[in-house]
Ligand binder design. Structure first.
Ligand code: OVV
Length: 409
């Protein structure tokens, strides 16, 4: 049978609305909100003929499908390719692209490495690096929020946290772009990112070996679990690869998006300056408002249903997290960025057994950074046009010109 984007084409059940849109058109990826509202308005679940997939974007339904690991599996890939039909571009992740019971062991090991205590222990290092970088950008005055802050900070602190002996910020960011573009169709974005694979993948694979890791980082914790027999040593290497796949581009994006939100909403920045305890809630609102991971998929592992409509086994379902986090039925006024909204239950980190296992670290990184910024910056002003960097799974900025006005001391 002819496959579409590596999966079996489906015939949608009677009554499922058809949405004639290309969610992976760079123009849609750069400005997705019109697509998000059409998706939510069309129905509980829609059929997108261009890719022969179902898609969900209303909050309740997206949450339900995304966390229903029994009916909607991850082991067949969280992108358009069905790993049961075609081999994936790299050996599948043993945490992202697996189901229980295999998933459970890997998850336990990773959850321990990135526990709240682990995040607390890393706080001082995060603060030191944040202080140094923010000193530098305040002195510069006019900066690119992406090149001068969003990329340098995570690409310094995260390899340190993992315990990488040698690192390469560009490779880490570009590997992230490959991993996340690979979630989408075989389009220009994916092909351009993948063109770098020959150079980057061997470097990444090498960086995951025990010899290239210090004895005191998160990577060493994973290998120690292998020594104890909880996982194999090969699996430890695969989990270190997961750190490098999921830990860099996501936080780079979260930081860029946070700077964008705060520069566009000076009143919210003032609120944060007046009350630093809003640093964490502010980041949650950035996550809800911008959904750094905008879309991940699932595959119906058996015949099932969505909102009462029958769904065939093998159906790919796009879970549009960005649309769900902007659903007015859930949030009332989703278009308003309010740092004290406390949007508990947003699904920017996903939900259920696959919910982001690194979220404690992401929050700790952002808290340290926002603290360093509040201590030194009075105002953050746009200094030119913000430009988005389209990616099949991530909503990230490419350029963010900013003017930083130092805080009066
Ligand atoms: C893109 C992504 C997200 C989460 C986990 C992984 C990758 C992984 O490689 O495990």
């Amino acid at each position: 049978m002819e496959l579409i984007e590596g999966h079996r084409p489906v015939t949608p059940a009677d009554g499922i609305p058809v949405l004639d849109v290309d969610p992976y058109d760079p123009a849609v990826l750069a400005a997705p909100h019109d697509y998000y509202s059409k998706l939510r308005q069309a129905g509980e679940v829609v059929f997108i003929p261009r890719y022969s997939v179902l898609a969900v974007g209303r909050f309740a339904t997206t949450h339900k499908v995304f966390s229903d690991h029994e009916n909607f599996v991850s082991s067949r890939g969280v992108g358009l390719n069905d790993f049961a039909l075609e081999p994936p571009w790299r050996p599948p992740s043993i945490i992202l692209e697996t189901d229980p019971p295999e998933h459970t062991r890997a998850r336990r090991v990773m959850a321990r490495a990135m526990s709240p205590k682990s995040a607390r222990d890393l706080g001082e290092m995060f603060r030191d690096v944040a202080d140094r970088i923010v000193d530098r950008i305040v002195a510069a005055g006019v900066i690119d929020g992406v090149a001068d802050l969003a990329e340098p900070y995570p690409t310094q602190v995260f390899p340190k946290a993992v315990g990488m002996k040698d690192t390469n910020a560009r490779y880490l960011v570009d590997y992230g772009a490959m991993v996340f573009n690979a979630i989408g169709p075989d389009n220009e974005l994916r092909r351009t990112a993948m063109a770098r694979a020959g150079e980057i993948v061997p470097w990444i694979t090498g960086a995951c070996t025990r010899e290239r890791l210090t004895g005191d980082g998160l990577g060493a914790m994973i290998y120690a679990d292998a020594d104890r027999g909880e996982i194999t040593h090969d699996e430890a290497g695969m989990l270190v690869r997961s750190f490098l796949s999921a830990g860099v581009d996501t936080t780079v994006t979260g930081i860029g998006n946070a700077l964008w939100c705060l520069s566009q909403n000076p009143g919210e920045w003032d609120k944060l300056k007046a009350d630093l305890s809003l640093a964490r809630p502010a980041f949650e609102e950035v996550l809800r408002y911008t959904s750094p991971v905008h879309t991940f998929g699932r595959t119906a592992g058996r015949a099932t249903q969505i909102a009462g409509f029958p769904v065939d086994e093998g159906t790919k379902v796009l879970c549009v997290l960005g649309a769900a986090n902007m659903d007015p039925d859930k949030w009332g006024d989703p278009e308003v960025f309010r740092i004290d909204r406390r949007p508990s239950g947003h699904i920017a980190f996903g939900a259920g057994i696959h919910g982001c296992v690194g979220q404690n670290l992401a929050r700790a990184e952002l808290e340290a950074l926002l603290q360093a910024m509040v201590a030194r910056i009075g105002r953050i002003e746009p200094a030119g046009q913000a430009i988005w960097r389209p990616n099949n799974a991530i909503r990230a900025l490419d350029r963010l010109p900013l003017r930083l006005i130092p805080r009066a001391r």
